[in-house]
Write a protein that binds this ligand. Structure first.
Ligand code: PRP
Length: 180
């Protein structure tokens, strides 16, 4: 039987570290939204594991609605194409709702800035952003990220939902991609 190479590169953030940080983020979100309902807008595909873990760390007394948007800017490369492609849009109106946009990674900030503009134009009552990862080198789009899991160096990372050319999303940890 042919042996398959399992890992994609060195571990940057372990599954244990992710679990602990996501629990802290959920606790902060619970404190901040007490008495209000949250509409979580998950930006697919990369954030799907983070969303699943994060919303289970929100106090069950806080009503949580879930919507998804499918957005892509990388294509099959390792740098952003700069062009935002919205595939699937959310299904419900957001007017008057408190939105929490959930991303896996903010790199240039282009994606999240465009999504915020779009949802603000639809009349959201408030918009906050939660991202698992933020690139330390980010510049260009000076928008506030309300909940940040980890700031990471300018490396291409995979795992815990993040892919290279649709692979490695199923890794439990975040790894620096070494070319496969
Ligand atoms: C990634 C990530 C963000 C965006 C961040 O999506 O999930 O949406 O890129 O980059 P930016 O801050 O430079 O705009 P990707 O295009 O890889 O799609 P995917 O989530 O479906 O893998």
């Amino acid at each position: 039987m042919q042996r398959m190479k399992a890992a994609a590169g060195s571990v940057l953030i372990s599954d244990r570290e992710i679990r602990d940080r996501v629990a802290e983020m959920g606790a902060r979100i619970s404190d901040d939204y007490r008495g209000r309902a949250i509409t979580v807008i998950g930006i697919l595909k990369g954030s799907f594991i983070f969303i699943a873990d994060l919303i289970r760390q929100v106090d069950p007394a806080i009503p949580v609605e879930l919507e998804f948007m499918t957005v892509s800017s990388y294509g099959s490369g390792t740098t952003s194409s700069g062009k935002l492609h919205i595939g699937q849009d959310i299904e419900s109106p957001v007017e008057g709702k408190h939105l929490l946009i959930v991303e896996d990674i903010v790199d240039t900030g282009l994606t999240i800035a465009r999504i915020c503009d779009l949802l603000a134009s639809r009349g959201a009552a408030s918009i906050r952003i939660a991202t698992l990862l933020e690139k330390e080198t980010r510049r260009g789009h000076p928008l506030t990220l309300d909940y940040i899991g980890f700031r990471i160096p300018d490396k291409f990372v995979v795992g815990y939902g993040l892919d290279f050319d649709q692979r490695y999303r199923n890794l439990k940890e975040i790894r620096v991609f070494d070319g496969g």
